[in-house]
Ligand binder design. Structure first.
Ligand code: CAA
Length: 260
């Protein structure tokens, strides 16, 4: 498929979605949000893709946020539509049945931090910068930042970051627990490929079930989450991959998972 503002590529079992507006620091206008939704659907529909990596084109930015120029003329109705589209985009990433890794290669500001937070986990270059600076523009984080950041770092830290809009380094984001690993910029891609391929070697349906249970569990409290886990667990035993994984262990050979 061809796009204007994103690139998609499949290498082995890993699908890459690159936001590609480097001259605008990969800022997200409505067209780009729509293309991300389409690109995620394309990669999701490709049976060979077991893990998706989301990153930004160029050396400077992952995503510098919502497109501020596009927002300039927006009134209530346009802002409502832009907010819905942003939520649809973030939810498409979050709900993708495959694991999605954010490879944050530079500025991840506003909607950029929100996009990274919608992924399953974040690997960041040591040069990456995160912030939710929306209040400096007279708005507040409108694509999930108020909710996803708060669930990871807690209310007080999220309040401080959102109320001040201050920029934080990849190292501080690591300490706060919303970045999983910080690596030298030149090593980001290979580090992400190592973890993506390690995931891709495991049973895809089991990972997909685990992702759904973890995500739903966050919404329903411990008892609800445990009930969901208990009711989903037996479904694995109807899969070919479960038979293969257990047989491979007992036969002392590597498992060959097929995602069925
Ligand atoms: N929207 C539109 N264009 C943007 C942009 C954005 N969010 N961020 C950068 N750009 C554009 C600049 O306008 C500039 O374009 P021109 O050359 O055509 O003028 C180009 O990208 C390069 O940017 P700078 O010249 O500003 O580069 P810099 O190195 O001096 O600064 C920066 C880099 C610190 C990231 C700075 O660009 C910046 O602060 N950007 C805005 C960050 C921001 O506030 N993001 C939050 C947006 S609101 C949001 O995301 C809402 C939401 O939750 C839904």
């Amino acid at each position: 498929m061809s796009y204007t503002n994103i690139l998609t590529e499949v290498r082995g079992a890993v699908g890459f979605l690159t936001i590609n507006r480097p001259t605008q620091l990969n800022a997200l206008n409505p067209e780009t949000l729509q293309e991300i939704v389409q690109g995620m659907r394309e990669l999701e529909g490709n049976a060979s893709v077991r893990v998706v990596v989301v990153t930004g084109a160029g050396d400077k930015a992952f995503v510098a946020g919502a497109d501020i120029k596009a927002m300039q003329a927006m009134g209530f109705a346009e802002a409502d539509a832009f907010g819905r589209l942003g939520h649809e985009c973030m939810s498409t990433i979050e709900e993708c049945p495959r694991p999605v890794i954010a490879a944050v290669n530079g500025f991840a500001l506003g909607g950029g931090t929100e996009l990274a937070l919608a992924c399953d986990f974040i690997y960041a270059a040591d040069s990456a910068v995160f912030s939710l600076p929306e209040v400096t523009l007279g708005i507040f984080p409108g694509w999930g930042g108020t909710q996803r950041l708060t669930r990871i770092v807690g209310k007080a830290k999220a309040n401080e970051l959102i109320f001040t809009g201050r920029k934080i380094s990849a190292e501080e984001a690591l300490q706060l627990g919303f970045v999983n690993a910080v690596v030298a910029r030149a090593e980001l891609q290979s580090a992400v490929e190592v973890v993506a391929n390690a995931i891709a070697a495991n049973a895809p349906l089991a990972i997909s079930y685990a992702k759904r249970v973890i995500l739903r569990g966050l919404d329903v409290g411990l008892h609800g989450g445990l009930a969901f886990e208990r009711s989903t667990f037996p479904a694995c035993f109807g899969t070919h991959d479960c038979k293969e994984g257990i047989a491979a262990f007992l036969e002392r050979r590597p498992a060959k998972f097929q995602g069925r």
